[in-house]
Structure formats: structure tokens, C-alpha cells
Design a protein around this ligand. Structure first.
Ligand code: GLU
Length: 272
């Protein structure tokens, strides 16, 4: 009897040691994990100027969402806490959350009913809508003009559905990331490049010879995402967002990243 008792105690202790050696318990809530590790690992964009893009000089990601993620990390866990960044593409965000490779995603991610079935979204933190980028001499003026034209988009984004809805006769060509889609526009492989207005504004800032045709033709704001069921983490994110809005940090970051960008009305974003 006694021997049996010792044996089971030993086994339980062994299990506990193994679990803690493995780092985190996979069933532990994300909020518990980030609290213990005093860090949040964010999925961010690396190919999206202004929001998140990687510098080829030092390999660091920079952008509005990187700064916002850092500010949120400090609000949620305190000044000493660390924000880590893992880069995502439009296509990989949800899988990274499901696999626990990241704790949260802040990556130009539009809140959609489809995605809401798989992840929890924060309140919207940035307004966005589909826009059209064309060469300066293009005759395309609005979304209807995309019918019977070749339209370039990035895989896994909301753009394909938007183009199909508003210009059902457009031919859609899909690329893995923004660099490739824009390179295809430059190489005349398509007549227009469609994605969120803010992302196009970032590309336009760094490239001449192109323009935005017409206004935005959808209203698709961005939300921060965590895996389905991680409600405690989401509550902390929403609370921290509200605090950053109230203490002026949010507006400061909007000014920093979008203040001098043509086509942006910073006041509109700040009201958001
Ligand atoms: N807002 C778009 C979407 O959520 C673009 C995403 C992205 O560039 O990663 O589909």
C-alpha cells in the first residue's frame, strides 16, 4: 500500500517536472501563459509598409502595428514586459493562432463573419476598405471598370471576394505577398492591384508612377485576433486598447505613421 502511494507520488512529481520543462502547458489559457512569461508573441505583417514591414538592413519589423503591439504589451503586462514578433502572411494568421505559435495577431486583419467562426476579434482598431492601384496613365477610374480586366491580389485576403462582388467579370490573379503582387503590376501582368487603402498608400509612398483609382469600395476595419475561446486574453487586449485611446498613445502612433501620407485623413482615423 505504502509502496504504491510512493510510486504514484513519484509519477505525479515526474509529470509536473516534465510539464514545466516543456515550457507551457498547451491547455493553459493564453492569458496565463503571457502573464507567466511576461511577454506576448504577436503575429505581424512583414510585407505591408506602414503597418508592418521588415527592413532589409537589420531584419527588424517596423510599423504602426508593431508600435501598437508594444504599447499593448506594456499596458497588459507592465513596462518590463517584452513584445516578440513572428511574421505572418495574409494566409497564415489563423493557423499560427491555432498552433499556438503566436499569442495574438495584429496584422491588417479584417474582421469578417467567416473568420469570426475561428478566432476572437477585438473591437476594430483601424478603418480600412478595398482600393484600386493602377499606373498613372490608366483609364480605370472605379471598381466597375475592373470588369474584363486583369486584377492582381494577394492570396488569403478579403480582396478576391470584394472584386468578385463588385466586378464579377474581372479576371483575378493571386500572389503570395504584396511584394510579388506589386512586382506583377510593374511588369504589366495585370491592369490593377486591389487591396486595403492603407496598404496601397504605403506602397504608393515608396513608388512613383502609380495612383489610386476612385475611393474605397468596401468598409472592412481591422481587429486584433486571438484563438477561439481565449476570452480572457481578448478582454485584456480590448481594455488596453481603450486605455491607449484615452491616454493619447493611439493618436500619437496614428500621427507618427499616417500623418504625412497622402490620401489619409488622420482625424478620421483618430475618431475611430
Ligand atoms: N485586410 C486584408 C485581410 O484581412 C489584408 C490582410 C493582409 O494583408 O494580411 O484579408
Amino acid at each position: 500500500m505504502r509502496k504504491k502511494y510512493f510510486l504514484s507520488t513519484f509519477l505525479i512529481a515526474l509529470l509536473a517536472i516534465t510539464l514545466s520543462a516543456c515550457g507551457q502547458n498547451k491547455n493553459q489559457s493564453i492569458y496565463q501563459t503571457v502573464k507567466e512569461t511576461k511577454s506576448i508573441t504577436w503575429g505581424v505583417k512583414a510585407d505591408t509598409p506602414l503597418f508592418g514591414s521588415m527592413s532589409i538592413k537589420d531584419g527588424k519589423v517596423r510599423g504602426f502595428e508593431i508600435d501598437l503591439a508594444e504599447a499593448l504589451t506594456h499596458k497588459i503586462l507592465g513596462k518590463q514586459a517584452k513584445a516578440n514578433f513572428v511574421t505572418t502572411t495574409a494566409n497564415t494568421k489563423i493557423q499560427l493562432l491555432k498552433n499556438r505559435n503566436v499569442d495574438a495577431v495584429i496584422a491588417a486583419m479584417t474582421i469578417t463573419p467567416e473568420r469570426k467562426k475561428q478566432v476572437e476579434f477585438s473591437k476594430p482598431y483601424f478603418p480600412a476598405g478595398q482600393s484600386i492601384m493602377v499606373a498613372k496613365n490608366s483609364k480605370i477610374n472605379n471598381v466597375k471598370d475592373l470588369n474584363n480586366k486583369r486584377v492582381l491580389i494577394v492570396k488569403g485576403t478579403t480582396s478576391a471576394d470584394a472584386v468578385r462582388k463588385f466586378a464579377p467579370k474581372a479576371e483575378i490573379l493571386q500572389f503570395d505577398d504584396y511584394g510579388q503582387a506589386f512586382a506583377a503590376l510593374k511588369a504589366d501582368q495585370g491592369d490593377a492591384f486591389v487591396t486595403d487603402n492603407g496598404i496601397l498608400a504605403g506602397i504608393l509612398r515608396d513608388n512613383s508612377g502609380y495612383k489610386i483609382a476612385g475611393g474605397t469600395f468596401t468598409n472592412q476595419p481591422y481587429g486584433i485576433a486571438v484563438n477561439k475561446g481565449q476570452n480572457e486574453m481578448m478582454e485584456h487586449i480590448n481594455l488596453a486598447l481603450t486605455q491607449l485611446e484615452k491616454d493619447g498613445t493611439y493618436n500619437r502612433l496614428v500621427e507618427k505613421w499616417f500623418g504625412n501620407i497622402p490620401g489619409f485623413n488622420v482625424k478620421e482615423i483618430e475618431k475611430y
